[in-house]
Design a protein around this ligand. Structure first.
Ligand code: PEP
Length: 253
C-alpha cells in the first residue's frame, strides 16, 4: 500500500501570526474530520517551521516539510538553511526541485541531485518535483522531458534510497494558473513515471513510491485526480492557504 499524501506548499505567503493561525485551523480540522489514513504535510516558510512544529506535535496525521534546503551541510553560505537546521525544528519532508526554484533560481537537474543526496543523508524525505512547460507539451516532448528529470537527478541513487522519495508531478502550465491537468493527462504521466522507475529499479520499488499531482488542485477536482490508480495525493499551492479548502482536498481520497 502506497502512502496517501497531501502536502501544502505555502510558498512566500503569510506572516508568522497568520501562519500560526492557518496551521492551528488545519490541525483542528484534520483531528475532527479526517478519518482516512492520509499523511498531511505542511510546508510553511522557514521562519514558521519552529512554531508550526509545536502546533502539530503529538498529532498523528500532520507532518512538517520545508520548501527548500541547501545542498551543503554547513558553512559560509550566507542566507541559506541546512538540513540539520531543518531537522532540529522537527522537519521531516523537504520539497526539492519545485519549478519556481528551477526557473527563478536556476536550479538544474544536476544541482538538484546534490540536494537530494544531502536531504537523504540527513534522514529527510525529499518531495522531488518534476514537470514540463506548455511549450514542451505542445511539442509532444513532455514524457521524455519529465522522465529525464528523474533520470538526471535521481537515478544515481540506490534502490533503497530511491524508495525513500516522494515524487510530485507538477505541469508548469497548471501551477497557479487555475488550469488543472485533466485526470487523464495526469494519470498518463504518473503511469509513465512509474514505468520509468520500474525500468530502472524494478516493479517493487516503483509500486511503493507515492507520486503526487500538483497544479491548481482544489476541492472541486481533487477527488477525480486522487481516484486515478497512479495518483497518490497532491502537492497543493494556492488552495493550501485556505484551511477549509486544504482540508477538503485532504478528505478527497
Ligand atoms: C505548487 O506550486 O506546488 C502548486 C501546485 O501550486 P498551485 O496549487 O497554486 O497550482
Amino acid at each position: 500500500m502506497r502512502d496517501k499524501i497531501v502536502a501544502g506548499n505555502w510558498k512566500m505567503n503569510n506572516t508568522l501570526d497568520e501562519g500560526i493561525s492557518l496551521a492551528s485551523e488545519i490541525s483542528n480540522m484534520v483531528a475532527d474530520e479526517v478519518m482516512d489514513d492520509v499523511k498531511v504535510v505542511l510546508c510553511p516558510p522557514f521562519i514558521h517551521l519552529s512554531s508550526v512544529s509545536k502546533i502539530i506535535e503529538g498529532t498523528d496525521k500532520l507532518y512538517l516539510g520545508a520548501q527548500n534546503c541547501n545542498d551543503h551541510t554547513s558553512g559560509a553560505y550566507t542566507g541559506e538553511i541546512s538540513v540539520d537546521m531543518l531537522k532540529s525544528v522537527g522537519v521531516q519532508y523537504v520539497i526539492i526541485g519545485h519549478s519556481e526554484r528551477r526557473e527563478y533560481y536556476g536550479e538544474t537537474n544536476e544541482f538538484l541531485m546534490k540536494k537530494v543526496d544531502t536531504a537523504l543523508a540527513a534522514g529527510l524525505t525529499p518531495i522531488f518535483c518534476c514537470g514540463e512547460s506548455l511549450e514542451i507539451r505542445e511539442k509532444g516532448e513532455h514524457f521524455d522531458f519529465v522522465t529525464n528529470q528523474l533520470t538526471e537527478s535521481l537515478f544515481h541513487l540506490s534502490a533503497d534510497d530511491f524508495g525513500k522519495l516522494v515524487i510530485a508531478y507538477e505541469p508548469i502550465w497548471a501551477i497557479g494558473t487555475g488550469k488543472t491537468a485533466s485526470k487523464e493527462q495526469a494519470q498518463e504521466m504518473h503511469e509513465k513515471l512509474r514505468a520509468h522507475i520500474a525500468g530502472k529499479y524494478g516493479e517493487g520499488v516503483a509500486e511503493g513510491i507515492s507520486i503526487l499531482y500538483g497544479g491548481s488542485c482544489k476541492p472541486s477536482n481533487a477527488a477525480e485526480l486522487f481516484a486515478q490508480k497512479d495518483i497518490d495525493g497532491g502537492l497543493i499551492g494556492g488552495a493550501s492557504l485556505k484551511s477549509r479548502d486544504f482540508v477538503d482536498i485532504v478528505k478527497s481520497f
